[in-house]
Design a protein around this ligand. Structure first.
Ligand code: PLP
Ligand code: TYF
Length: 394
């Protein structure tokens, strides 16, 4: 059987996690995988999550099947979190999915069933799992300009010009906020222009919303998604609860479909449920029940929002500290972009050799494209990190 196969390529980000773990050096710094870490360097269970779990333990009565669409209270709460009352509920359907990745997978398959001849456009660059997933679904994959490697900001004129050339046979994956890997994001005015472009061209938006609340706040980070979804007759959103609720291993996310009308919404939803049924049948409930419990309870929700703000503000503070340290040591504003970026990542724009030297020489681990996870920066080592980065570009 398996003699017909060759080894599949490893996921470079997940492979780096293993390399870091195996490095015996005490002073090593992990800026690799996109997992939030607190000042102690650990990825904690949020207090609101722990409290929700306690309540669940005290009240749960059954482990019977939850149903193909998953936890209905979770689905309703996520719709409200992502859209508030800006999108008509009648045209919206939500299916809980195993993580943001699971949501992307079922949505891509749904879109492929609907339009197998379409091209799926990804930002250049994008999360390394996007292209393999799109190809796995069957799509032709292409990319639109996104990052300006000189300014380390979005090359918006180039992005908009590329989107303006698309049409109804094109699906465009957008990062709803906190772009991975670059950290460079659109302003609200630019989101409005992107939304108007989709309206003009008839291209189809697929929004990956994996970091809601990690950039500038829940409301601010949802702006782009709402602007685009409200400008067009139909769109889909892949929501992840991995980062903003710290529920990575519980695998909780949601596939959201906004259709032209209720009848098409029902058809799309039945296809989504069919895709789930023939692959994993039903999503795991635990993470979804945690999120439902938090979002439906006024006090727990307030506590979660405070914890989320603490994580977000810590990442913003670390951005400011690192860019200031580099500026003070180099007398140049070349790394000011780190403070302007938002979310968990910044793409530093270092050559591959520098990334390798940082790892072997200084024990500083980042992704090969020079993406850093700012949450991994130890606050008391910002100076060391600035020195190490500057040493590679001398
Ligand atoms: N999309 C992006 C851009 C991501 O960075 C991630 C990272 O984890 C995901 C989707 C999927 O998240 P998960 O499947 O862990 O919920
Ligand atoms: O980009 C990251 O680091 C996160 C975590 O296949 C991740 O999104 C990385 C790779 C992967 C799944 C999740």
């Amino acid at each position: 059987m398996f003699e017909t196969l060759t080894k599949a390529p490893a996921d470079k980000i997940l492979a780096l996690m293993g390399e870091f773990a195996a490095d015996p050096r005490k002073e090593k710094i992990d800026l690799g995988v996109g997992v939030y870490k607190d000042e102690a360097g650990i990825t904690p269970i949020m207090t609101s999550v722990a409290k929700a779990e306690q309540r669940m333990n005290a009240s749960a009565k059954t482990k019977t099947y939850v149903g193909i669409s998953g936890n209905k209270g979770f689905n309703a709460a996520v719709r409200e979190l992502v859209f508030a009352d800006t999108v008509p509920a009648g045209r919206t359907r939500i299916m809980q999915a195993p993580g943001g990745t699971g949501a992307l997978a079922v949505l891509m398959e749904l879109l492929y069933r609907a339009k197998p001849g379409a091209t799926l456009w990804l930002s250049n660059p994008t999360w390394p799992n996007h292209a393999p997933m799109a190809k796995h679904a069957g799509f032709k994959v292409d990319s639109y300009p996104y990052f300006d490697t000189k300014t380390r900001a979005v090359d918006f004129p180039a992005m908009l010009a590329a989107l303006d050339k698309l049409g109804p046979n094109d699906i465009v994956l957008l990062h709803g906020c906190c772009h991975n890997p670059t950290g460079a994001n659109l302003t609200n005015e630019q989101w409005d222009q992107v939304a108007a472009s989709f309206k003009r061209t008839g291209a189809f938006p697929l929004i990956d919303l994996a970091y809601l609340g990690f950039g500038d706040g829940l409301e601010a980070d949802g702006y782009g998604t709402r602007a685009v979804v409200n400008a067009v007759p139909e769109s889909v959103v892949a929501f992840s609860g991995s980062k903003n609720f710290g529920l990575y291993r519980e695998r909780v996310g949601a596939a959201i479909v906004v259709a032209r009308d209720e009848a098409q919404a029902d058809i799309a939803n039945s296809q989504l449920m069919n895709i789930a049924r023939v692959t994993y049948s039903q999503p795991p409930d635990h993470g979804a029940e945690i999120i439902r419990t938090i979002l439906e309870d006024k006090d727990l929700r307030a506590e979660w929002e405070t914890e989320l703000a603490t994580m977000r503000n810590r990442m913003i503070r670390l951005r400011e500290k690192l860019s200031e340290a580099i500026k003070a040591k180099s007398n140049s504003a070349d790394f000011d972009f780190i403070a302007a970026h938002r979310g968990m990542f910044s793409l530093l724009g270092l050559p591959g050799e520098a990334v390798e030297n940082l790892k072997t020489g200084s024990g500083v681990y980042m992704i090969g494209d020079s993406r850093i996870n700012v949450a991994g920066i130890p606050e008391d080592r910002v100076g060391d990190l600035a020195d190490a980065i500057l040493a590679t570009i001398k």
